[in-house]
Every structure is written in C-alpha cells, then in structure tokens.
Design a protein around this ligand. Structure first.
Ligand code: ZN
Length: 412
C-alpha cells in the first residue's frame, strides 16, 4: 500500500553531535541508551481504519516521528514499517453499524489518515503494509508456528499458545489473572470452550456468515491481529541474524502493551527464538477536557476536523509535543491556544532576527536525547524567543530554525 508523501527533511549542519538517544523501554521499565548502529529497524503498529485520525493516533505517530528524525539526524538509516489493519472485527462492526461497505470505509479512512500524517509532517514509513495484502505472508507464519507445535484448532479457528515462551507476561509486567481480565475486555475471549489456556490468541479465524474471507492452507478466513503485525514486522524489516533481537524498536500507544505487543513478542520468539524488539516504546493516552478520549464516549477529536476549521497543523504538532510522550494527558482548546501562541511567538522571534542560538540548540538536542523530553526542549526555545524580543542584537538563528525543522518537525 502507498504511504504518504514525505515532508522535506534535511540533515543538521556538520559538526553538530547528537548524544545517543535514550528511551524508556517498557520491558525493562527503565530509560536505556539505544545501541549505536548504522541501521535501525522500527515497527510501529498502524491504525484500524475506521476512526482516523484522532489526536491519540496523532500523538503516537508523532512520538515515533521524533525517534525517526533523531536517529536519521545522527546519520543512521531508519528502516521503518507500519501496518494498517484493514480487516478486523472493529472495522466490520463499524461498517455494519453505519450501513457502509467495509472496504469503502477502510479506503476512505486510510486516505484521511495519509492526509493527516502529511499535514502533521510525519515522515512516512518505508513500507506501509495492509493486512489484506499480507494474507499469504501471515498464513506462511501460521504454518511455521504449526511446525513449532505452538498452534491448535477449535473448530476451524487456529489458536496460538502464548505460553510457548516462558517470557510471556514480562513485557506488560502483568500476572496471569490481570492479563485474563484485560484480554476479556479487549475481545480476547478467555473463557471460550476448547481453549487450552485462557490467554491463547486467535491467529486465523474461519470465515463467518456474511463476513469476508480469503483462501489459505488454513481454510477460508482472515488473520488475527497479533500475527498480522508479527509477520509483517519480521518480513519487511529483514532482521539481521547477528543481532540479539529481531528489530530495534517496536512501538505504539500504551493501550497496545497488552495484549497486542505481549502476544506479538511471544509469537516472534516461537518463530525466531529471539526477542522481537530490543526496545519497546509506548506513547501515553490523550484525553479530552478531563475525560478519556474514546470511541465509546464519542468524544474523539480529529486532526482533519481541526485542520479544516483553519488550525495550523504545526500548532497541533506543537500542542502534542508540549507534554511528555509518556504522560497521559488532556487535550483542550486551551492546550491548542497555548501552542498557537507559542508558535506565533517563535515565528515573530525569527522574523525579527534572533539572538545567537548555540546554547539553545545544545539544550534542545540534549532534552530530546533524554527520552524525548519535549517540554524541556520547547522551554529552551521559549527562552531564546523571549530573549530575542528583548534585544536589538542580531545573530545567526538559521541553525536553530533547522534544528526545529529537522528534529521537532516544525516549520517556522
Ligand atoms: Zn501491531
């Protein structure tokens, strides 16, 4: 599937050294320095295309965009893969509710998402892969899992034994009963008759009446969500056999830690004998006016709606960067107004000719290297803009403009 056009992205000026990027690894629950490499492999879970792109999505992809930008600015290459779950229960349920063809719904939402990502200046993935176009790939992975004796069937559905690996549960840090409870809330059906273990997950669902299905060696049906991501990540990121883990970063929203990423990791261990990712990164949730933002509450705020109403996408970007990516946070018109004001202040400072900016550049880079500490990075630019407005001295501010563009993705 086509991704979206890339915004302009340029390297930083020569001589600028970037410290090793440190990120919170969900698995170790600590901030760790990434290994220094020439090539990083990053997989970020994509949308199920029925409600794109709300601000929770935007915040997630923005987090990984910062990582992508930082690593590329160090001179490394980033191989970035994202999927689109363009067939799954929630998509079919929404299409049925609205009396819409599921394919048309998916296509329209994917188009919207691509437009939103472009507006927000998110660097596109190298491979943008849909579930439907990956049926054969996923099916082949299920065959491998069968060979590894990690699969059983219930009627014509195929289930994966998540406890094939003793590591299961160590990403989410949840015990068995906690996992079962969340699994139940998120469609995992732990009490289904015939399951060997309540936490086993569906990898191939036989075709249900009135639902689409694809032919495969496992019968006509469709893939489960977890195996979709596992198979796509392992195929398109082409793990290096000399690396300890298959890929460097697996990411998504914090609501994906369990069951999704825990189960992908378990499947990857069964397929490769290795940990899926050396670092698991999760972006926190966005609420609205004091409430959790969710489909069920009907209080989602969409990027496209804001942009259509005249909001500068750079202000949306800046608003989402104003707090740390690991902090569950609230969206409100005040947050957006503050970001618009900040953006205008920065722009005025550049128009009027800012002060020299070496210390500010240094502060921005150091803050970003420290687990993407955007509040501290933005505060450093605020101080520079404030001092610029108080001085008549003109300096060279082009390098700072470049840093804001390249690392924060914001066009001044
Ligand atoms: Zn995924």
């Amino acid at each position: 599937m086509n991704s979206w056009p890339s915004p302009a992205f340029s390297a930083l000026k020569a001589g600028l050294t970037l410290p090793t990027l440190q990120l919170t690894n969900t698995k170790s629950n600590s901030v760790e320095a990434l290994q220094i490499k020439n090539l990083y492999r990053m997989y970020v879970c994509g949308i199920t295309p029925y409600d794109a792109t709300h601000l929770g999505h935007a915040a997630t992809y923005l987090t990984f965009d910062l990582i992508n930008r930082y690593l590329q600015a160090t001179g490394a290459k980033v191989s970035y893969v994202q999927n689109i779950t363009d067939i799954d229960d929630p998509l079919l349920e929404r299409a049925q509710r609205d009396g819409q063809d599921w394919k048309e719904l998916a296509t329209s939402q994917i188009d919207l998402f691509r437009g939103d990502m472009f507006d927000l200046r998110i660097l596109p993935p190298e491979h943008y892969i849909g579930a439907v176009e990956s049926i054969d790939l996923v099916s082949a992975s299920i065959t491998e899992l069968i060979s590894a004796n990690t699969i059983y069937t219930i009627d014509k559905d195929y289930y994966f034994r998540n406890y094939s690996s003793s590591e299961f549960g160590r990403l989410s840090h949840l015990n068995e009963s906690e996992m079962a409870e969340i699994f139940s809330q998120r469609g995992g059906n732990p009490t289904l008759a015939g399951k060997e273990n309540p936490l086993d997950c569906l990898v191939w669902m036989s075709q249900r009446p009135g639902e689409p299905g694809w032919d495969s060696v496992h019968g006509i049906g469709r893939p489960g969500w977890h195996i979709e991501c596992t198979a796509i990540a392992l195929k398109y990121l082409q793990p290096d056999s000399s690396d300890a883990s298959c890929i460097d970063i697996q990411g998504g929203g914090s609501d994906l830690i369990f069951p999704h990423h825990e189960m992908c990791a378990s499947q990857a261990r069964a397929l490769t004998g290795k940990e899926l990712a050396s670092t698991y990164v999760h972006s926190a949730m966005i609420g609205l006016d004091g409430e959790k933002m969710s489909k069920s509450k009907g209080n989602l705020v969409f990027v496209s709606t804001l942009v259509k109403s005249g909001v500068d996408p750079m202000a949306i970007r800046l608003a989402l960067l104003s707090q740390h990516y690991r902090l569950d946070r609230m969206w409100s018109s005040d947050v957006l107004d503050a970001a618009t004001l900040r953006l205008n202040t920065w722009r005025r400072a550049f128009v009027s000719g800012g002060r020299n900016c070496e210390t500010t550049i240094d502060a921005v880079i150091r803050a970003l290297s420290n687990d993407l500490d955007t509040p501290t990075a933005l505060a450093a630019i605020d101080r520079w803009a404030e001092e610029s407005s108080e001085t008549e001295v003109e300096g060279n501010d082009e390098d700072l403009r470049q840093v804001i563009d390249t690392l924060l993705g914001i066009v001044i």
